[in-house]
Write a protein that binds this ligand. Sequence first.
Ligand code: F6P
Length: 346
Amino acid sequence: MDTGRIGILTGGGDCPGLNAVIRGVVRRALADDVHVLGFKSGWQGLITGDVEPLTRLSVAGIQFRGGTILGTSRTDPFATAESLAQIRENWRKYGLQALVVVGGNGTLTVAKRMFEEQGYPVIGVPKTIDNDIPGTDFSFGFHTAVQVATDAIERLHTTAESHHRVMVIEVMGRHTGWIAAYAGIAGAADFILVPEVPFRISRITEALANRRGMGRPHSIVVVAEDAKPHDDEDFLTESQKTTIYREERLGGIGHLVAREIERLSGIESRVSVLGYIQRGGSPNAFDRILATRFGEKAVEMVLEGQFGRMAALSGTSIVDVPLTDAVNGYKYLDAEFYRHAEIFFG
Ligand code: F6P
C-alpha cells in the first residue's frame, strides 16, 4: 500500500556519507510503504522539477560511494520570488508530504526558512566535513575527512624528517578548527593553528629553535584554512587577507605561514594544501553508520510529524533538535579540547 511520498535533496559541498543517508531514508521509508523522490542538485531540482524516484534497487550499494547520486548545488531558492513559486507548484505536482534536506549551514538555513516562512514540512540532516553545525555532536563526513588529513600528515612526517624541513599542511574547516585539531592530534603534528585561537608565529619559531637544540629541526605545522595571526604579530598585508579569507573560498594561509617561518627561523619550509581530497571518496565505517542512522531517523521524524527539526547525534544516541538551534552560528572547536592538544606542541 502506498501511504505517502516524501522528497529528499542534498545541498552544499559534497561530503562522504551523503549516499548512505539517501539509502537510509529510502530503506526506512519503504519499510512503511512511503515512497521517496530524489530532487537533483540541491534546491535547484525542486525549483526545476528535476527528480527521480528512488527505489530499493537504485540505492543498493550506494553507501560505499562518495559524493551524492543526486548531485548538489548551493542554489538559494529565496533568491527570487519565481523560484519559490516554482517550488510551490512542484510540491503540489509531486504530492509531497515532507522534504528531507541534507546539508550544512547554508542548506539548513534555507530549510529552516522554508519551514518557518513558507510553512513546508521539512526535516534537516547535518552534513559537513567541517563539523561546525550546532546541535549535533558530530556531522557525518567529519571522521572520514579527519582520517584523510591524518594519513596525509603521517606521510609528511617522513619528508619533514628526511629533509630537516618544516612541512606546513593546510586543511579545510571553514571558520572552525575541528579537522585541524583532530587530524593534528592523530597525526602527531608539532603545531596546530585554528581559527578559534589566533596564533603567534614567534611561539612556533622559538619552539623550532628548541627542537633544533634537541637535534630535531624538522616540524609539522597543521593550519586550518581560516587560522589567523594574533594582532600583536600580524604579518599579513591587507591585500593578502582579502585574498585568503574570502567568505566564498578560503585558502592560502598555509603558504604565508610557511614563508614567514622560513624567513624568521631560516629553516627550509614547504606547504601541502590538502583541499578537496578531504571531501572526496568513500566514507569510513563511522560515517556510513552515522549517515545511515540519520537517514532512518529523518523518516521516523516525518512519520511522527516532527517538522522544522534536525536529526542529531547526542553521545551515542540519535535525537532531534530544532533547526533553529542548528543554524544558530557555528559550533566552534571546544577550547578545552584545544588546550589538551597544546600540551603536545613544540
Ligand atoms: O564546508 C565544506 C567545505 O569543504 C569547507 O571546508 C571549504 O571551505 C568549503 O566547503 C569549500 O567550498 P566550495 O566547494 O564552494 O569550494
